[in-house]
Design a protein. Structure first.
Length: 69
């Protein structure tokens, strides 16, 4: 990343920052690099719209499956 790239200052909960910092040791990235990678992936990930009825059906199936385990 070039020094000419714009900077963005954001606020985030300390817990989230701690989680991001922990991830940097696993991925060997800087905090900035980790945040950028995760943002990029969020745009590449497919989005799925689920309606209320679908959620209710999923919940019913899960309850049934857990009950008959």
């Amino acid at each position: 990343m070039a020094r000419s790239d714009p900077q963005v200052n954001i606020r985030m909960p300390q817990e989230l920052k701690d989680r991001l910092e922990a991830a940097t040791t696993e991925t060997n990235r800087s905090l900035n690099g980790e945040i950028l990678e995760r943002l990029e992936r969020s745009f590449d990930a497919p989005t799925v719209e689920i309606g209320e009825a679908s959620l209710d059906a999923i919940e019913a199936r899960l309850r049934h499956a857990l009950k008959h385990k």
